[in-house]
Design a binder for this molecule. Structure first.
Ligand SMILES: Nc1ncnc2c1ncn2[C@@H]1O[C@H](COP(=O)(O)OP(=O)(O)OP(=O)(O)O)[C@@H](O)[C@H]1O
Length: 273
């Protein structure tokens, strides 16, 4: 049963579903004559790993970009923790606790792994989800550099890339870069992560490690929305799957429902799902 509370912002009063940090309402994004996202609505429940799937060109990346501020939608609204974030810049949305990673990792290749992480945290004080689950966490004081450094090391250890701390990011393998990208995202102390094909180019051992970390974070209360083309990963790791097709939400259900949904099978033109 969802818990709801009323919140008031400068612009409006809205009912917040405490169990759904992300709510997308009638989202639309047009590029000239192309409707990449067409009147799409969904929510994502707290503490879940939710998959967003669909054939090539379905509108998944555009939806991610509209949610996280890289693109301005041409219609509809995005709410995070009950606050309207439509049209905000990515860093404003990240400051509120929602970050994304990219299909192609975006680390600064000539900087070391350590430097990449040192640059990532936002300047803020107080308790956050990441700090509260990390061993040795401190709270309530403005962060000093040594505290950031401590958090950087804890994060590197959590993702098991601490042995690469002094390596230039550009020298890392594709899979290691994905772990770095997740580490950088965690340094911004998010509540919710949107992962765009986090397993692409990742070898099976690292894939297992990354999935293990995602599940562990989910158990600590983090929320994940995952775009991934590998159906086995989606079906084995997500409790809920959203399917997009031609810019619209085609289906929303648990993996078993989705696998047996005729419209979804048709949208994938008989590919195995
Ligand atoms: N910047 C852009 N300008 C014009 N059209 C765009 C732009 N970005 C996306 N599109 C179009 O919008 C539609 C949806 O693209 P999008 O990249 O969101 O799909 P996707 O589901 O992420 O696809 P894929 O699985 O192939 O990455 C496509 O028809 C695409 O060509």
């Amino acid at each position: 049963m969802s818990e709801t509370v009323e919140t008031t912002t400068d612009t409006e009063t809205t009912t917040v579903d405490q169990d759904a940090p992300l709510r997308v309402e009638n989202l639309e994004k047009r590029f000239g004559g192309i409707v990449a996202v067409d009147d799409t609505s969904f929510d994502v429940q707290r503490g879940t790993i939710t998959g967003l799937i669909g054939p090539n060109g379905a509108g998944k990346s555009t939806t991610f970009n509209c949610i996280t501020g890289a693109l301005n939608p041409t219609g509809g609204e995005v709410y995070f923790q009950g606050e309207k974030v439509t049209g905000m810049r990515p860093e404003q949305i990240a400051n509120r606790g929602m970050v994304r990673t990219f299909q192609i990792a975006r680390a600064l290749s000539e900087m070391t792994v350590l430097e990449n992480l040192m640059l990532a945290p936002k300047a803020q004080s107080g308790e956050t989800l990441w700090r509260s689950v990390m061993p040795g966490a401190r709270s309530g004081v403005v962060e000093q550099e040594y505290e950031v450094r401590e958090r950087v090391w804890e994060t590197l250890e959590f993702f098991e890339i601490d042995h690469l701390a002094y390596e230039e990011a550009g020298n890392l393998s594709g899979g290691q870069q994905k772990l770095l990208e997740m580490s950088r995202a965690m340094m911004t102390e998010p509540e919710m992560l949107l992962l765009d094909e986090p397993m692409a180019g990742v070898n099976p051992t690292l894939e297992e490690k990354l999935l293990d970390r995602i599940h562990s974070l989910r158990e600590d209360g983090y929320t994940f929305l995952l775009v991934e083309h590998d159906m086995d990963i989606i079906m084995e790791n997500c409790e809920r799957v959203l399917v997009m097709h031609q810019g619209k939400l085609l289906a929303d259900g648990d993996p078993e429902d989705i696998r047996s949904n005729d419209q979804v099978i048709e949208a994938y033109l008989g590919e195995d799902i």
